[in-house]
Write a protein of this length. Sequence first.
Length: 148
Amino acid sequence: MNHGFDRLRAAKIITASALALGTMAALPAQAQAPTPGFSAATKSSVAGCPYIVWRLARNPATGAVNGIAYYADMSGVSSVSGMRGASGHFDLELKATHLGSGPVGRISGTVSPNGAIKGMLIGQGCANATVDLELTDDLSHLNITSGG
C-alpha cells in the first residue's frame, strides 16, 4: 500500500474542498455575506461503499445550486451543479473532477417543507443513494464533523 500517494490524494481533496467553499478566513478585514446552501453525509445504498459528503451553495434568487460532493474515504471529489425548478423540483448532476474517482450521477428530487432536498442519487458504482440534503443558512459556519 502506498501511503504517500494516499496522503497526497487526501491533501488534494482537502485543498479542493477549501477552494470550492472559498477562502473566507483569508480575508478577515472584509465582512463576508452568508453563503446559503445544503450539507449532508449520505450513506450509499451499495454495500461496502463510503459515505458521500455534500457541500452545496445555493442562489435563492435564481435557484442555481453548485458545489462539491466527495467520498468520505477521500477517494475522489466531484463537482455538483443544477437548478431548482419553479415547482420545487431539483435536478443536480455530479461530475468527477481530476481529484480521484468522485461520485458520478444525477439527483432528482424535491424540496421538503423545511427547505431540504430529498431525492434519489442514481449513478455509477457507489454513487447510488437516497439523499436528504439539509438546508443551512451559511456554509462558512458548518461543523465539518457533522453527518454520517
